[in-house]
Design a protein around this ligand. Structure first.
Ligand code: SAH
Ligand code: SF4
Ligand code: F3S
Length: 444
C-alpha cells in the first residue's frame, strides 16, 4: 500500500485558491500525496464558495457527480464558505460527505480526515481570529505567480454579502511573515506575488498599514511584479496611493469594485461611499499613476434599483473607462440584511437579465474601442501559462493586467518578454515576441 492520495477541487475567489494550497500543503506534510483527478482518490475535498446561489447550486451538483469516483474507504469533505454557511445541513443533504470544515478549521484537517477514514463524520465551523496558518507550507498550483493571503475575514457589512458570515472578522498577518513568504516564493523561482484580502488595503497588523506592506513586499530581492486584490475605495489612503505610485514593482492595475453607479443604491448596499466618492477615488489613483488600468465588480438588480439608477451605473462605467468588469445579477443570500428589504422592491429576473446584458455590452464596446488603439504598441509581458494544451500558444499578461496570447511553448513559462500587439478580439490581445528576454529586471 502506497501513501494515501488527496484531490482538491476549488470554487470561488483567489482566497479559496490560496486556502486550497494551504490545505494541500498541510495534508502533504501529513503523508498524503496530492493527485490531479478525483478517480479513486482516498480523500476528495471540495473547497466551496457561497457568494451567489448559482455558485452553491453548482457545488451541490458537483458533490453528486464526485460520488461516482469514490471507492470503498475514500472520504469526501466540503470546506470553505459553503461549509461554514451550511454546516450540518451539508451532512444531511449529502450522505456521502463526512467532513464539513469552515475557513478557520484547516489546522485540524489531518486528524479529521484520519477519523473520517475510520467512518466518523465531523463538522468544524468555529472561527479563530488568530488563525493565519503561519506554519503551513502551501502546495502551490501556480508556478509563475504566488497567491499570498495577507488578511482574512471582512469587517464591512455590505448588505448583499455573505462573506462576513462565512469568513468572520478581519485580521491581518504580520508584515514580517508576509515578507518572509514573499522571499520564499522568490527562492522557488517566482517573481510575481498577488496579495490577497477581502478589503486588502485596510490591512493593518497593529504596526504597519497597507502602504508599509506594499513597500516591504515590493522591495524583496527578486520580486518584479506585485499585485493585490480586492481593495475597497474607502481604504485608499494617500499613503497607499503614494506607495503604489512609488514602488516600481507594484503593477499599474487596480481592481476596484464599484458595485453600482447610483448613490442611493450604494447607500442601500452599505458600501459607505457615494458615486462621487468612488469617482474621486478613481481620479486620485489616476493622478498618481497616470497609466493605471482599472477593473471592477458590478451588481445589477439590487432591490429597488430603478431604470434611472441602472443608467447611472452605465454612465459611471463610461466615465471611468474600465478595462474589464465582472458583472453579477443580485443573488439574495440567507441571513444578509438585503433579504430583509421589502419583497416588492425585488427586481424581476427578466429586468435584471436585460440590465446585465446592457451592462456587459457597455463595458465591451468601450473596451473594444480602446483596445483597437493599442495595435502596434509594445509591452512587457510575463508568460503565465499555456493558452490551450497543445496549441503552442501562451497566455501572458502586461503589468496593467491585459491578456496577450503569444506563440511559444511550455519552456517559456515564467519568462518576461517584450511583445508587439498584433490583434485584439475586443477584450484580449494577440502579440508577437519582439525580443526573447528583457535585459534587466524593472526597466522603469
Ligand atoms: N471583498 C470584495 C468582494 C468579494 S465578493 C470587495 O468588497 O470588493 C466578489 C464580488 O461578488 C463582489 O464585489 C460583488 O460584486 C459580488 N457579489 C457579492 N455578493 C453578491 C450577491 N449577493 N449577489 C450578487 N453579487 C454579489
Ligand atoms: Fe463582502 Fe463588502 Fe466585505 Fe467585500 S467589503 S467581502 S463585498 S462585505
Ligand atoms: Fe466565495 Fe468565500 Fe471567496 S463566498 S468569493 S469563496 S470568500
Amino acid at each position: 500500500m502506497g501513501q494515501p492520495t488527496v484531490y482538491i477541487e476549488t470554487y470561488g475567489c483567489q482566497m479559496n485558491v490560496s486556502d486550497s494550497e494551504l490545505m494541500l500543503g498541510k495534508l502533504a506534510s501529513a503523508g498524503y500525496t496530492p493527485v490531479d483527478g478525483p478517480e479513486g482518490a482516498d480523500v476528495i475535498l471540495v473547497n466551496t464558495c457561497a457568494i451567489r446561489d448559482h455558485a452553491e447550486q453548482r457545488v451541490i451538483g458537483r458533490l453528486g457527480e464526485l460520488k461516482r469516483h469514490m471507492r470503498k474507504g475514500s472520504v469526501m469533505g466540503v470546506t470553505g464558505c459553503m461549509a461554514q454557511r451550511l454546516g450540518p445541513q451539508l451532512l444531511e443533504k449529502a450522505k456521502h460527505v463526512s467532513l464539513v470544515i469552515g475557513p478557520d478549521g484547516y489546522r485540524a484537517l489531518p486528524q479529521l480526515v484520519e477519523s473520517a477514514r475510520h467512518g466518523e463524520r465531523a463538522i468544524l465551523t468555529s472561527f479563530d481570529l488568530e488563525e493565519h496558518y503561519e506554519d503551513f507550507t502551501p502546495r502551490r498550483f501556480d508556478r509563475v505567480k504566488a497567491w499570498i493571503p495577507v488578511q482574512r475575514g471582512c469587517d464591512y457589512r455590505c448588505t448583499y454579502c455573505i462573506v462576513p458570515t462565512t469568513r468572520g472578522s478581519e485580521r491581518s498577518r504580520r508584515l514580517d511573515d508576509v515578507v518572509r513568504e514573499t522571499a520564499g516564493v522568490v527562492a522557488e523561482g517566482m517573481s510575481e506575488v498577488v496579495l490577497l484580502g477581502q478589503t486588502v488595503n485596510s490591512y493593518n497588523d497593529g504596526t504597519h498599514d497597507f502602504a508599509d506592506l506594499l513597500r516591504a513586499v515590493g522591495s524583496v530581492d527578486g520580486i518584479r511584479r506585485v499585485r493585490y486584490t480586492s481593495p475597497h475605495p474607502n481604504d485608499f489612503s494617500e499613503r497607499v496611493i503614494q506607495a503604489m505610485a512609488e514602488v516600481p514593482t507594484v503593477c499599474e492595475h487596480v481592481h476596484l469594485p464599484m458595485q453600482s453607479g447610483s448613490s442611493r443604491m450604494l447607500k442601500r448596499m452599505l458600501r459607505r461611499y457615494t458615486r462621487e466618492g468612488y469617482l474621486q477615488c478613481v481620479e486620485r489613483i489616476r493622478a498618481a499613476i497616470p497609466n493605471v488600468s482599472l477593473t471592477t465588480d458590478i451588481i445589477v438588480g439590487f432591490p429597488g434599483e430603478t431604470d434611472e439608477e441602472f443608467e447611472e451605473t452605465l454612465s459611471a462605467v463610461r466615465e471611468v473607462g474600465f478595462m474589464d468588469a465582472f458583472t453579477f445579477i443580485f443573488s439574495p443570500r440567507d441571513g444578509t440584511p438585503a433579504t430583509r428589504l421589502p419583497a416588492e422592491l425585488s427586481v424581476p429576473a427578466e429586468v435584471a437579465g436585460e440590465r446585465l446584458q446592457r451592462l456587459v455590452e457597455t463595458v465591451r464596446s468601450a473596451t473594444r474601442e480602446r483596445n483597437m488603439t493599442l495595435l502596434g504598441t509594445r509591452h512587457e509581458v510575463l508568460v503565465e501559462r499555456e493558452a490551450k494544451r497543445g496549441e503552442a500558444m501562451l497566455m501572458s499578461r502586461t503589468r496593467d493586467f491585459k491578456t496577450v496570447l503569444v506563440p511559444g511553448d511550455a519552456t517559456m513559462l515564467g519568462q518576461y518578454l517584450t511583445v508587439e500587439i498584433t490583434g485584439t478580439t475586443g477584450s484580449t490581445f494577440t502579440g508577437s515576441v519582439v525580443r526573447e528576454r528583457q535585459p534587466l529586471p524593472m526597466a522603469g
